[in-house]
Design a protein around this ligand. Structure first.
Ligand code: ZN
Length: 564
């Protein structure tokens, strides 16, 4: 892994790691190794300048090393981790020399932009989420109370706590990981058992927020993150606002409006935090038994095939098995980038890493989301300097365009052969989306006022809008790795919901309904939204695609529809 602990890659939902039976779903590693050996040209020439060529080669080595480090496959292009590591060092040196030479030339327009993109990526290389052993994670977590840690070291320590404590939750005589634990909260039959599981998360919360005093690790981290944002003049919040062409104040107004609409659509007595998930999820439980873990890849691939994209033919890798030391969250990443070669376009290769221990609707939703990232990766046709997906907010929002479909009864009937009624299905989906919105608002408020008490901020949001009973004595907001790994990142899911709903509406208008398949969908989305990569700035791209500024009207209409 390069570039330290920060993992700006492609995060997803609540997810975890455990030590259940090993299971590799959809692994086609051997086939891939053969494919790569045959199909990968040693070097692409085409129209790229030598520096851009060096950049593409360096990116490929970077992704090869992170793929091999993650254990997704044993070899790429016939070479193992050590060989790719050596290659990466060489390619980095070649690229550095090229970038230095280019920097001495006077470049203008697109050439100057291309150079800046390459310099930026080289300074902060793409890195997949960190893989550590439980012992290493535990040792790192032990350092969290050290008041002298800087922002990166403190993040790394707390990330370690999520692996060591978040992924080893003692419950009813066994140890479970965080993602299955959160799903289990939606399934357990009695409030007593749900409360016991909720309480079993206390060791994690105590590591992240200690006693909740101003010197707690998280409270130090959020102050350091706010200082960093102040010094840089930007934060994930301001970046996300820029992507949608709004001010941070406008963003907050949207988040609050979504939460208020949800509250109005879901009246009833207040819920305990350990009952929130089961309250909304229990009615979709009958579908879970139709989605065993070994079926998830096939279901997702089939849906994308019906949308016009054959992920199997594209050699997408699903590494969904649970094994010790695996990154504690689900993500998608490149194995290599796509690029122009003398023989034509050489497609990107991509992989999904997850910890799918149990099946069920929410696990499926998560993997369809990750495959949404893969679909995006495969669609980019930009020159190498601009070979990227775009702003984080857009990337996360686009992946939900398809994952929200699994909450549609038409999708359920077609792919599962059974469905629940629409309001029930949508309520289960949006109960999770609203937690993301709440976390987005939480981080926005914490970064604005880093001296605030996080328990008080979280209690205010969840009791006012999610109808959850106040428990300010518990740091139960500390359930997402992103909160400590990349403070502010949750805005990409919270505000992302606004963008997802807006993109879904526009795609429906232009390409037709796609929640139960539509063979035109992928082509349309590729041509109008995905193919540009970094060659078109995301704010401009969104405005052009929508034909107007981003609006929260589509999301509010969806949420309000649940209550009717
Ligand atoms: Zn994602």
């Amino acid at each position: 892994m390069l570039g330290g602990e920060r993992a700006p890659a492609l995060y997803c939902r609540a997810v975890g790691d455990g030590e259940g039976a090993r299971m590799l779903v959809g692994m086609i590693a051997a086939a891939l190794a053969v494919f790569l050996a045959v199909a990968a040209p040693a070097a692409a020439r085409g129209a790229l300048s030598p520096t851009e060529q060096a950049y593409a080669d360096w990116l490929d080595a970077t992704y090869a090393v992170s793929t091999l480090s993650a254990g997704a496959v044993a070899k790429i292009d016939g070479r193992d981790r050590t060989a790719w590591g050596a290659s990466l060092t060489e390619r980095a040196a070649v690229l550095k020399a090229g970038l230095d030479r280019a920097a001495r030339r006077k470049l203008h327009g697109e050439a100057a932009r291309a150079l800046r993109r390459m310099q930026k990526a080289f300074a902060d290389p793409p890195a997949a989420p960190v893989t550590t052993t439980t012992e290493e994670a535990g040792a790192r977590c032990e350092t969290a109370p050290d008041a002298g840690l800087d922002r990166a070291a403190l993040s790394a320590a707390l990330y370690g706590c999520f692996e060591r404590f978040g992924n080893h939750i003692a419950f009813e005589g066994r140890t479970i990981a965080r993602a299955p634990a959160l799903e289990l909260l939606g399934e357990l039959d009695t409030a007593e058992r749900r409360k016991a599981l909720f309480d079993a998360l206390t060791p994690l919360w105590r590591r992240i927020d200690a006693d909740g005093a101003p010197g707690s690790p998280y409270r130090r981290l959020i102050r350091l993150a706010a200082d960093e944002a102040h010094a840089k003049g930007s934060s994930p919040i301001t970046d996300a606002a820029r992507t949608v062409g709004a001010s941070p104040g406008q963003v907050e107004t949207w988040l609050v409006a979504a939460l208020e609409t949800w509250r109005d659509a879901n009246p009833g007595p207040a819920l305990e935090p350990w009952d929130y998930r089961s309250h909304y999820a229990s009615a979709v439980r009958p579908l879970d038994r139709l989605i065993p873990p070994e079926r998830i890849t096939a279901l997702s691939f089939r849906y994308y095939r019906d949308l016009g994209l054959d992920l199997e033919a594209a050699h997408a890798i699903h590494d969904l098995g649970v094994r010790p030391g695996k990154a504690p969250l689900a993500y998608a990443d490149f194995i290599r980038i796509g690029r122009e070669t003398p023989a034509g376009w050489r497609p990107a290769l991509a992989r999904v890493s997850g910890n799918v221990e149990k099946g069920g609707l929410s696990a499926l939703n998560e993997i369809v989301h990750e495959d949404g990232h893969v679909a995006h990766m495969l669609a980019v046709r930009a020159r190498s300097a601009f070979f990227e997906l775009g702003d984080d907010l857009f990337v996360e929002a686009f992946a939900d365009v398809t994952s929200w479909a699994v909450a549609d009864p038409r999708w359920q009937r077609r792919y599962l052969g059974a469905s629940v009624d629409e309001a029930t299905a949508k309520r289960a989906l949006f109960a999770n989306v609203m937690l993301d919105v709440a976390w987005g608002l939480f981080e926005q408020r914490m970064l604005r006022d880093p001296k605030a008490d996080p328990n008080a901020v979280w209690t205010e949001i969840t009791s006012r809008y999610l109808n959850i009973r106040p428990h300010p004595e518990v740091s139960w907001w500390a359930l997402r790795v992103q909160l400590v790994d990349a403070p502010g990142y949750m805005i990409n899911y919270g505000l992302g919901a606004v963008v997802t709903a807006d993109l879904r509406r526009r795609l429906r208008e232009e390409a037709g309904d796609f929640d139960a398949g539509n063979p035109r969908w992928y082509r349309y989305a590729s041509d109008h939204l995905l193919r540009f990569g970094g060659s078109v700035e995301t704010p401009k791209l969104l405005r052009r695609f929508l034909g107007r500024p981003v609006s929260d009207a589509a999301l509010l209409a969806e949420i309000a529809g649940i209550g009717r």
